[in-house]
Design a protein around this ligand. Structure first.
Ligand code: ZN
Ligand code: ZN
Length: 217
């Protein structure tokens, strides 16, 4: 898997680009994200946008990227209806209105999204892991050959966890979700905000579990 990251502007989420054709989260500042995306890949080549959850700082540029590429939009089914809601998507918190179109693809968790072969010709995929807590429809994406976890706002580097006090949060599910992640073998953690952890990220996720069990008992 070839993974590239667009560093955020302002409060944007991190944007990850896989194999120059799949985007995980879009950020919300189009005049920052689109020029930087163009440096990585022609926008018209983007085939799929996967949102780790509905929040506007992760979904705000989806419409522009879709308009310029025809890419499909994918999200967990439990978060899908919030995409077009100015309040529940969080757009109003950023002084904006959502322009996100409805998703084309709805996940339930457990799907394996093909991303193409690696340099050895082996087919690779992202596994969808449903991790409700920060929102009811949060997902993480795991690529097992590189042991990489793209974690959205569920866990961050150095033991961080996402807030669980939104109307669409499920605080009672957060700790179980983080515990599910501790069962994976994770070398590289690519969170929705802050810097990635490269190497031995299992330790970071164990710290997140401790943090969540304290904050979301
Ligand atoms: Zn976020
Ligand atoms: Zn969020």
């Amino acid at each position: 898997m070839e993974l590239e990251m667009i560093m955020p502007a302002y409060y944007d989420s991190n944007v990850y680009v896989i194999n120059k054709k799949i985007i995980i989260d879009t950020g919300m500042t189009a005049d920052h994200v689109l020029p930087n995306l163009e440096k990585i890949a022609p926008i018209e080549n983007i085939e799929l946008i996967i949102l780790t959850h509905t929040h506007y700082d992760h979904s705000g540029c989806a419409d522009e990227i879709m308009n310029r590429s025809g890419a499909k939009l994918a999200i967990h089914e439990a978060d899908a209806s919030f995409l077009e809601d100015d309040d529940l998507s969080g757009a109003l918190n950023f002084g904006s209105r959502t322009t996100c179109p409805p998703a084309n693809i709805l996940y339930q968790g457990g799907e394996k999204i093909p991303i193409g072969p690696n340099e050895n010709g082996e087919e690779e995929y992202l596994e969808v892991i449903h991790t409700p807590g920060h929102t009811v429809g949060c997902i993480c994406l795991y690529e097992k050959n590189s042991k990489t976890l793209i974690s959205g706002d569920t866990v961050f580097s150095e033991g961080g966890i996402g807030r669980t006090d939104f109307k669409i949060s499920a605080p009672e599910k957060m700790t179980a979700s983080v515990r599910k992640l501790t069962e994976l073998d994770v070398e590289n953690l690519c969170p929705g905000h802050g810097r990635p952890t490269i190497g031995n990220a299992n330790r970071s996720i164990e710290l997140s579990e401790m943090m969540s069990s304290r904050m979301n008992p």
